[in-house]
Design a protein around this ligand. Structure first.
Ligand code: DC
Length: 228
């Protein structure tokens, strides 16, 4: 019926490197705006976990592609809710499988569908990842690129690991972080790059509250104070 169609969903794209704080920020913004939130990294992590659980290597392309194609989000696979997807081992595997074009292609439709038609009839969606503003939703209403120095991000990751009772060594965490940055930024398909029209938020010297206020200020300037 004309006139009763749901208004176009608002889309907020938040990209940035590992441990930049983008996930926490995205969840908080989605909560504040009443929008749905998709952590797109969890999809790549789920693929990494499936591959490792099958006893395959993350560098095994056919195994990774099969795993990505098996990840049918409509069936809400338990693997997306598995706490093991948060481990560093799975994070490294995710970063490896994410470089495979067919893996990215298999996960593209779900992400675009989520943005266009957010679950729970939400008025908008916040997606966080590496290529949301550049590839998944290039027409997003607001794009943010959240970053912090690699040393600050390694320190944050170290604290997170220690809080989980994991015995981690400073220098190893920093080396892993640099490794992951390199893989995410240098891959040929959909590398981590700032979209030309993204607002850069360097959180190195910011508290979580300051980052939230700055992000919200930018989003308001893009989608209007009534919507935000
Ligand atoms: O954000 P994260 O650390 O949970 O992401 C895990 C890995 O997944 C990351 O190293 C790169 C990959 N990733 C990606 O390539 N594209 C995305 N949109 C999100 C994550």
């Amino acid at each position: 019926m004309i006139g009763s169609a749901r208004p176009r969903a608002r889309v907020i794209a938040i990209d940035g490197p590992a441990a930049s704080g983008k996930g926490t920020l995205a969840a908080r913004i989605a909560d504040h705006l009443g929008f749905a939130h998709l952590d797109t990294g969890s999809l790549y992590r789920a693929v990494g976990l499936i591959v490792l659980r099958n006893g395959d290597s993350a560098t095994d392309r056919p195994a990774a592609i099969t795993a990505a194609r098996s990840l049918c989000p409509e069936r809400a696979p338990a693997v997306l809710r598995d706490s093991e997807i948060r481990s560093d081992r799975v994070g490294q595997a995710a970063s490896t499988v994410a470089a495979i074009p067919e893996v990215r292609a298999a996960l593209l439709g779900f992400q675009r569908e989520f943005a266009a038609d957010p679950p729970g009839a939400a008025a908008g969606a916040v997606l966080d990842g590496r290529d949301v503003g550049t590839v998944i939703c290039p027409d997003a209403d607001a794009k943010l690129f959240v970053t912090a120095s690699v040393e600050v991000r390694a320190q944050r990751r170290l604290k997170e690991l220690q809080a989980r009772g994991v015995n981690a060594i400073d220098s190893h965490v920093l080396a892993d972080m640099k490794d992951r940055d390199r893989r995410d930024s240098e891959r040929a398909t959909a590398p981590l790059v700032k979209a030309a029209d993204a607002f850069v938020l360097d959180t190195s010297d910011m508290t979580a509250d300051q980052a939230f206020e700055a992000a919200l200020g930018f989003i308001r300037s893009r989608i209007g104070p009534d919507a935000a």
